[in-house]
Design a binder for this molecule. Structure first.
Ligand code: SPV
Ligand code: MG
Length: 575
């Protein structure tokens, strides 16, 4: 998650000074682009270690000239322009919240340095470290490289100019001593430290490429005395790349207040890249390289793509998801009172069944409603809905009517049987479900037997719940194992109420499975005697059998179906 790290320059800039003021030894890790910035910012270990409970992370980020240059395929010789460095710096700042220390190389001349200070401070950087070499410097780590040190007075003047230009008290300018790198010895380093401290620098970094920490430990000892002499308290910084067996604890005890791991993420990435590229060449496929690669999903997680996916799903719910009401069939039970009208036009409590459904849907912001009419379609009338004709309604099941509205399914949809009355909260809860396919399932049959002979769409839940306690769950991890009206009611855990939600992905899976079944099957199919008559629940069962996860939202009552004449009186009461 990267936007969570969003922080303003003024909130970040002072953090390094605060950590130092608290007396903390600041642990810093290098970053050279946005992704490595996220790693440095977010890396954390927590847990038990040798009887201790530990929680460790990095306190700050080092924007290194070596790794910034190398990641651009260039040597570390100040050939990468400051603008390009600033681009990397901004890239890292945009996705992190920890304080940043920038490797300012030599800082250029005093004029250049003033602009550098101004731009870094404005960006929210906490400190810049400049080294006392002559521009264009050479990286310090390679043995035998020619190193030219700057005149200490000229360098001190650069520090004074930088300090005079910064706008806040929070920004720090740290002077990096290259005497040990250039073979000039401890005395030169100490003399320079004194000059720079007197010029007003905020801290000193002593650099070394020795395998042993001895020379920097010796320097630290003398530095302590120097601070005493000058009556100052300025933090000492080290970069233990070559003398890497000394621990943070030992460095801290020697007086170092900032410890920088200056290049490790880039080196780690480079080593892995070489290994993986050779493994691909060797095997001429990627299978063998996979253990050396992070799963794509982990990268998605790190850069915030999974959050985007979730937000998109929320948007999808906010936007008007289409509702499809299949209402094409003829219902002989009600014909005496319907006088040739479709069942959806049945009057209950002063409104048609369809109008009741429309107002429930509208109250949950669902206004894109398509009714699929068949029998007596010219009598199907309602305000604010699209009426789609399925002329072939006699030859198929309700599923075919649902699929007649296929072009409404592209971004997900809701499906509602046409003879169901619902309380609004059921639709609201369904809209909150994030899974790709969710059916609404009533658990009443766990407490009360289904009426004898009544044909219901039974469900068997994958995770059987302990029964006996009445409860309504709005936790959506419920998964279907079976659905159909031929399931033994004794083994059923729920009843499908005729309302379901499909996300964009769920709708794609639903339509593809339907098309595959229609094209490739003949004769008996799931509970249907013939594939031509297969129903919505048959298709859902087929999807379960094919390994798709079908979720259900568990409810307890709050809805009614109009299947028999006596349901009309019940419905009037319900409404
Ligand atoms: C860097 O990381 O760019 C440094 C430290 O300046 S070093 O490479 O050790 O010089
Ligand atoms: Mg550098």
């Amino acid at each position: 998650m990267t936007l969570v790290n969003n922080t303003l320059p003024e909130s970040r800039r002072g953090k390094l000074k605060s950590l130092l003021r608290e007396g903390k030894t600041v642990r810093v890790l290098e970053a050279h682009n946005g992704l490595s910035g996220i790693v440095a910012n977010d890396a954390k270990i927590e847990g038990a270690l040798e009887d201790d409970q530990i929680s460790r992370e990095f306190d700050a980020i080092w924007e290194s000239s070596l790794t910034d240059s190398a990641s651009k395929g260039h040597p570390d010789i100040e050939v990468i322009s400051f603008d390009s460095r600033l681009h990397t710096i901004q890239e890292i700042l945009a996705v992190t919240h920890k304080p940043m220390i920038v490797d300012g190389d030599t800082g250029g001349d005093a004029n250049n340095f003033e602009y550098m200070v101004s731009k870094l401070e404005r960006a929210g950087v906490s400190a810049v470290i400049i080294e006392d070499k002559v521009f264009p410097k050479r990286n310090s780590l390679e043995a035998g490289t020619q190193q030219t040190l700057e005149n200490p007075e000229i360098f001190a003047q650069k520090i004074r100019r930088g300090k005079s230009i910064q706008a806040t008290d929070e920004f720090m300018i740290i002077a990096r001593l290259e005497s040990l790198i250039a073979g000039k010895g401890l005395d030169d380093a100490l003399a320079r430290a004194k000059t720079y401290l007197m010029a007003g620098v905020d801290g000193i970094m002593i650099h070394s490429k020795s395998k042993s920490p001895d020379e920097i430990l010796q320097f630290a000892k003398s530095y302590r005395l120097l601070l005493k002499e000058l009556n100052l308290d300025k933090p000492l910084v080290c970069v233990p790349t070559t003398y890497n067996t000394i621990t943070e604890e030992e460095l801290s005890a020697a007086g170092f207040r900032v410890i920088i791991y200056a290049n490790h993420l880039l080196r780690a990435a480079y080593k892995s890249m070489i290994e993986v590229s050779k493994t691909l060449l060797l095997n001429r496929r990627s299978f063998e390289a996979d253990p050396s690669c992070a799963p794509v999903r982990e990268i998605f997680q790190a850069v915030g793509f999974l959050d985007i996916k979730e937000k998109d799903q929320q948007n999808e719910q906010l936007t008007n998801i289409p509702v499809i009401i299949p209402a094409a069939g003829e219902d002989p039970i009600f014909q005496p009172i319907l006088n040739g009208k479709p069942k959806a036009m049945m009057e209950i409590a002063g409104k048609t069944l369809l109008q009741h459904q429309i107002s429930t849907l509208n109250q949950t912001n669902l206004n894109d409603i398509t009714v699929v009419a068949g029998y007596a379609h010219d009598q199907m009338k309602a305000e604010g809905v699209d009426i789609l004709k399925n002329s072939d309604y006699k030859n198929g099941s309700m599923l075919h009517s649902i699929l007649a509205a296929r072009e409404k399914m592209n971004n997900g949809f809701l499906m509602l049987y046409s003879d169901i009355l619902l309380e609004n909260h059921i639709v609201t809860k369904l809209m909150d479900c994030k899974e790709d396919i969710v059916l609404v399932a009533d658990n009443t049959i766990q407490y009360q037997r289904a009426e004898d002979g009544k044909v219901l769409d039974f469900i068997i839940s994958k995770n059987k719940r302990p029964t006996g306690r009445r409860r309504i769950s709005i936790v959506y991890e419920n998964i279907l194992a079976k659905i159909g009206n031929k399931i033994n009611p004794e083994t059923a855990t729920h009843e499908f109420i005729g309302l379901a939600k499909f996300s964009k992905t769920g709708a794609e899976q639903f339509v593809q499975t339907y098309q595959d079944c229609v094209q490739n099957y003949k004769g008996k199919f799931q509970e249907a005697d013939d594939i031509d008559q297969f129903t919505f629940t048959d298709l859902i069962q087929e999807m379960i059998d094919r390994g798709f996860v079908i979720n259900f939202l568990e409810i307890h009552q709050g809805w009614l179906e109009i299947h028999r004449e006596e349901d009309i009186a019940l419905a009037s009461k319900f409404l």
